[in-house]
Design a protein around this ligand. Sequence first.
Ligand SMILES: Nc1ncnc2c1ncn2[C@@H]1O[C@H](COP(=O)(O)OP(=O)(O)O)[C@@H](O)[C@H]1O
Ligand SMILES: [Mg+2]
Length: 278
Amino acid sequence: MSKTLTIKNLHAAIDGKEILRGVDLTIRQGEVHALMGPNGSGKSTLSYALAGHPRYEVTEGSAEIDGRDLLALEADERAKAGLFLAFQYPTSIPGVSVANFLRHAVTNVRNPDRKEGEDLVPMREFRKELREQMDELGVDQEFARRYLNEGFSGGEKKRAEILQMAMLRPSFAILDETDSGLDIDAVRIVSEGVNRVAARHGTGVLVITHYERILTYIKPQFVHILFGGRIVEDGGPELVKQLESQGYDWIREKYPDAARDEDDLEAAQKPASLQAAR
Ligand SMILES: Nc1ncnc2c1ncn2[C@@H]1O[C@H](COP(=O)(O)OP(=O)(O)O)[C@@H](O)[C@H]1O
Ligand SMILES: [Mg+2]
């Protein structure tokens, strides 16, 4: 049966600073949605809040899969509930190979009641499946033996994320700027991977991006614009064209309150990015 991810009036804060100010979004399995918005509008905050990152505090609102409260679950339980997130900046795990990481992740997601220390998915089947998925994504078999994301190029990191998605077969996948830093061939390969997994497992997909390019490969039926920490416009692919040709000025004029919040977020962003650069 097809599941629904329902986000209502979601507010989230980082270090006490409110970033998301009431996000409403409903995604059904099998649907492809795009979330667009200027830098600093809160796109990554939405994905982290949904994934259960400890720094992102949800202060109001709800997120459910078929009535099951995601926000009450630990991050790993959210994955077991069928939510997958491809991060904008995947972290590396030195000492843990791609294969080993995936074998644990796959075991935990497929056997949600497994206790620590119980058997992992059988090696032989796992290897076979991993090999098939790596072939489909056009990654070298040697990839599986490398430490996760350690020294990976931008393109390899993104492929590692999609490989995870392919192995975990989530009900819902949120892809945060999976296109950033990729050349056009890599965007196409990664997108085809997403489309294949989504078609096979009926995954509901949320593509977060601020470029039109990836959306020519992963075609959204629904497009949302996040601005000043809330979704101000919902529409179809025509919204992508409109942003591409007109930028965000018309959004700014149409939603003056959100524009004030967006300016506030932008002002807050400058010191943060300076800190990050240090
Ligand atoms: N770890 C963090 N610490 C402090 N502020 C943050 C952090 N992450 C994001 N922010 C702030 O939250 C706002 C939204 O950021 P983000 O969700 O990353 O936007 P987007 O992904 O749309 O570019 C920005 O003002 C940013 O400075
Ligand atoms: Mg972001």
